[in-house]
Design a protein around this ligand. Structure first.
Ligand code: PLP
Length: 402
């Protein structure tokens, strides 16, 4: 490709490699080194006393808590990939959610939260926000512009997560953000499933995008981290709350996550392909009643997903046709490649039973629908299929002996 054919701006896969790279400041090292630092020494008192000058470079190294070259480079590449103004790092995905919510809510306010959020988001709202006299209502994730009827004079935040945790409903994000903008309400989206590559929050009107970097951004099941990416008008409240709550991340974690971002596009496209291929295969099995994957044409929200998203990650669920719990556990416990574990977004495949009915209040999930959440890892496809076939064999055998 010659220069005139190159996309402008460069494609995500390129920017994930070229952005947030300050090699010239590190003797040419390709990867920004790890800086273990708390105290930063100054050459003189004048420089020390002006260290917080708000007009100086935001990425000035002042004190370890406030960032080092490694964390600054990671923030920069994340904000760029999603099309945001700036980003901060926090010690977990849940911290990204709580810091973002606390940035825009104060006692007496009201928040609308999607009914299908990650369960600890719900606990934070029900227990922590409630104790601060912040009222919370849950809404059906399929409410698009209709969310307007739920907005109260004191509503300050609408929180979205799309697809929904465990059940993978896709929200009409542009319809919700339009209403929110018109009514002066801040929108916060948990965009962990898509990463900054597969859903461009800010071009769909979102104000704040939160991520569990624990998942695909770090991508190797060995880091716990979060990131908050903001539109320009939402940046200062988040920056202030982040500072007040003393949030920062360890330098080694920032390093490995930055290293993983360089090949995020390759990994995510592989998860997309693997997830869809597994979902397609599972859709044909008679043991499976439903495959909850928005990338499948028969998913009820497929059209909205196709309109707004640029891909699917490797996480989805299946609902099994009625079987005893013992039979299902016999299947899951015997899997060799699909391992049992919380979290997702690493290179490995996972399978766990989930119970969405325990975390719904505005919508209903039939508790008799035995649901398994699957993470499509990067193993060989045929090996994964062999593991699933053996699992369904066990399910059949133990169902016979029920
Ligand atoms: C959608 C979603 N958001 C946030 C989180 C929280 O991430 P962390 O485990 O880093 O706190 C998770 C974790 O599973 C998640 O699935």
């Amino acid at each position: 490709m010659n220069n005139t054919q190159r996309p402008n701006p460069p494609a995500d896969a390129t920017r994930a490699i070229t952005n947030g790279r300050t090699s010239a400041e590190h003797h040419g090292a390709v990867n920004t080194p790890v800086y273990h630092a708390s105290t930063i020494l100054h050459p003189d008192v004048e420089s020390f006393e002006t260290r917080h000058d708000p007009t100086s470079n935001r990425r000035k190294v002042i004190y370890g808590l406030l960032g080092t070259p490694t964390s600054f480079d990671l923030e920069e590449v994340l904000a760029d990939l999603e099309g945001g103004h700036d980003a901060v790092l926090v010690p977990s995905g849940l911290a990204a959610i709580s810091v973002a919510l606390l940035s825009f809510l104060k006692p007496g306010d009201h928040a609308l939260i999607a009914d299908t959020v990650y369960p600890p988001t719900r606990s934070f709202c029900d227990e922590h926000l409630a104790s601060m006299n912040i009222a919370v209502d849950y809404y059906d994730p399929h409410l698009g512009a209709g969310i307007e009827t739920l907005i109260q004079p004191n509503t300050r935040v609408i929180f979205l997560e799309s697809p929904g945790s465990f059940t993978f409903e896709i929200q009409d994000i542009p319809a919700i953000t339009k209403v929110a903008r018109d009514r002066g309400v801040t929108t916060i989206l948990d965009n962990t499933w898509s990463t900054p590559l597969f859903f461009k929050s800010f071009s769909h009107g979102v104000d704040v995008s939160v991520h569990a970097a624990t998942k695909y951004l770090s991508g190797h099941s060995d880091v716990v981290m979060g990131a908050i990416i903001c539109a320009e008008h939402a940046w200062s409240p988040v920056r202030r709350t982040h500072r007040h709550l003393g949030q920062c991340v360890g330098p080694d974690d920032a390093y490995v996550t930055l290293r993983s971002i360089r090949n995020l596009s390759t990994r995510l496209n592989a998860h997309h392909k693997q997830g869809l291929a597994l979902a397609d295969w599972l859709n044909e099995r008679e043991e499976v009643a439903e495959v909850l994957h928005p990338g499948l044409p028969d998913h009820p929200d497929h059209a909205v997903w196709k309109r707004d998203f640029l891909g699917a990650s490797g996480l989805f669920s299946i609902v099994l046709r009625p079987k005893s719990r013992e039979a299902v556990l016999n299947m899951v416990n015997g899997m060799e490649l699909f391992r049992i574990g919380a979290s997702w977004g690493g290179f490995e495949s996972l399978m766990i039973p989930v119970y969405p009915e325990q975390y719904r209040s505005a919508t209903h999930w039939d508790p008799s629908k035995f649901t398994l959440r699957i993470h499509a890892g990067l193993e060989d496809f045929d090996d994964l299929i062999a593991d699933l076939k053996a699992g369904f064999e066990r399910l059949k055998r133990s169902s016979k002996s029920d």
